[in-house]
Design a protein around this ligand. Structure first.
Ligand code: G4P
Length: 526
């Protein structure tokens, strides 16, 4: 038991999220460098799908191969066991990122100092807010010209809708960038552009220490003191518990490419970021230190080899100790299952593991038993709540192009939906299948995979829809009236829930005002 508690308190399981190009890959790599998981910069090939590759599915396929290895990067740092969960950079795979966020205990957000808060960061932050995930923000690329730090902080607060608290402060930006004052540890970190080396720290008593003027010059020292006075006046003292509640985000400044500010970020992160915390299952709150193992599947990764239709299910351990070859109950099927080759992810290697602790992610080879959100336990009936599905952005009818392969197509579509590649709705008016995605790329992925993994051919028929909204009402008659009036636009999702397909924002607005007794939901959980 003591062992379990100490293993839990060592674990830091988190994701780095950002808008593409803000520096997520670079920061990840530098963190691995500090953890000794890699030895030279450039060793992590990101799983980011290059922007140019939108229509080049083969390229994506290649990159997907790499991404299995980098899906979870575990390493030790001091006494801590760190698990970084990678998230796809391409926005068409945003759903994957949302789901990964269900498996992390905290998040680091990377923001480009010149660009500020960008669209994808905003959306990802919404997901963090829904779950009160603690967030640390790293403002990156201080070696480049960028915005005034106070402006950036204001924008972070207003755009990400979270209070911020700087824990480091930059001394100039761009060509004149000299380093940061580490508010959290009261040190002056001097900038030396270098892709491999670590920051040089000047220990100072306080900002009036003559060393400050000596090292950065009087003008910058005065400016720093003024800025800091303002910081202390404007932002309340940093409080770890408010951070842990997801109500304030500490902010660090640095340059990932130059390995500057990264160690400071990591050192603070391991101290303040949460170890695995209790998780609310449908039935009850489950504490990580409970003896019985439980966990859930948050991601399914299809195999590269189309001849073996196997995949890896990623399971987050939520409580107890996971043991290889033990019998676990797969809640959805009620079956007992044993896993002989679960893998852990250390550095970029996958190794078979005998045991895993809360906070750890294990990869389980699977041949289609698992679905995203599935819970495994030692026998108790528990269901972890996943993340709700969001209304897709794009919709198409899926049609069978090869009547001889109907069975294969149906099976393929079902399994790809289990993997969470996209969402399926059945139009109640014409019985046709509608696939909803976040971006065009997913349609290509589905078509390609149906052909190569299931031997089925599909074609897409355009469908102009604005949103799919889950609807409900306490008033049966009102619900019936709505469904009758909108019968051409009614569908059901895979769980049989009613979904209204609104073909324009205007139509949706009208429906909302004409049917006040109907509740319209933009996520599947309500
Ligand atoms: P992402 O995963 O968030 O998409 O971003 P990534 O780390 O790939 O970084 C995007 C670009 O920004 C890269 O340049 C990277 O080198 C650069 N970058 C990251 N951190 C810093 C920084 O602190 N300062 C500066 N000046 N640049 C930074 P690229 O030219 O797009 O790619 P590459 O050819 O260098 O890999």
């Amino acid at each position: 038991m003591a062992n379990l508690t100490s293993e839990i308190s060592k674990r830091r399981t988190f994701a780095i999220i950002s808008h593409p190009d803000a520096g997520k890959t670079t920061l990840t790599e530098k963190l691995l460098l500090f953890g000794g998981a890699i030895h030279v910069a450039g060793a992590v090939k990101s799983n980011k799908i290059r922007k140019t590759a939108t229509s080049d599915w083969m390229e994506i396929e290649k990159q997907r191969g790499i991404s299995v290895a980098t899906s979870v990067m575990g390493f030790n740092y001091g006494d801590y066991k760190i698990n970084i969960l990678d998230t796809p950079g391409h926005q068409d795979f945003a759903e994957d990122t949302y789901r990964t966020l269900t498996a992390v205990d905290s998040v680091i957000i990377v923001v480009d100092v010149a660009k500020g808060v960008e669209q994808q960061t905003r959306k990802l932050m919404e997901v963090c807010r829904m779950r009160n995930t603690p967030v640390i923000i790293f403002v990156n690329k201080l070696d480049r010209e960028g915005r005034d730090p106070f402006d950036i902080l204001d924008e972070l607060e207003s755009e990400l809708k979270i209070n911020v608290r700087p824990l480091s402060w930059p001394i100039n930006i761009g060509a004149k960038f000299k380093g940061v004052y580490n508010i959290y540890e009261h040190g002056l970190d001097l900038f030396q552009p270098d892709k491999q080396k670590v920051t040089e720290r000047v220990e100072i008593k306080d900002l009036n220490d003559p060393l400050v003027n000596e090292t950065i010059g009087e003008t910058d020292a005065n400016k720093l003191r003024e800025d800091l006075e303002l910081v202390e006046g404007v932002y309340p003292e940093f409080d770890v518990n408010t951070y842990l509640d997801g109500k304030v985000a500490p902010v660090f400044f640095g340059s990932a490419l130059n390995t500057f500010g990264v160690k400071e970020l990591l050192d603070c992160f391991v101290r303040i970021a949460p170890s695995p915390r209790p998780i609310q299952a449908e039935e009850r709150l489950v504490k990580p230190e409970e003896e019985a193992f439980s966990g859930f599947v948050f991601k399914i990764h299809a195999n590269m080899d189309p001849n073996h239709r196997s995949c890896i299910a990623f399971v987050k351990v939520c409580s107890g100790v996971f043991r290889r070859n033990a019998n676990y109950k797969h809640m959805r099927s009620g079956k007992l299952m044993k896993f002989s080759a679960p893998t852990a992810f250390m550095a970029q290697k996958k190794d078979v593991v005998d045991e895993a602790y809360p906070g750890d992610i294990i990869g389980i080879p699977d041949t289609g038993n698992f679905k995203i959100g599935d819970t495994l336990t030692e026998g108790e009936d528990l269901h972890y709540k996943g993340l709700p599905s969001f209304s897709p952005e794009m919709f198409k009818y899926i049609e069978n192009s090869d009547p001889m392969k109907t069975k294969q197509l149906n099976k393929g579509v079902e399994q790809l939906m289990d993997e969470g590649v996209a969402q399926l709705f059945i139009n109640q008016f014409n019985g046709r299948k509608i696939i909803g995605t976040v971006g065009q790329l997913q349609f290509e992925v589905i078509q390609y995979r149906l052909l190569h993994e299931y031997g089925a051919q599909c074609r897409w028929e355009p469908l102009r829809l604005y949103k799919a909204c889950w609807i409900e009402s306490d008033d049966e008659a009102a619900l019936k009236a709505f469904k009758t009036r909108k019968h051409q636009f009614m569908a059901v999702d895979r769980d049989g829930r009613d979904v209204f397909l609104a073909d324009s924002g205007y139509v949706l607005q009208m429906a909302q005002s004409d049917f006040p007794k109907i509740k319209f939901h933009f996520t599947s959980e309500f």
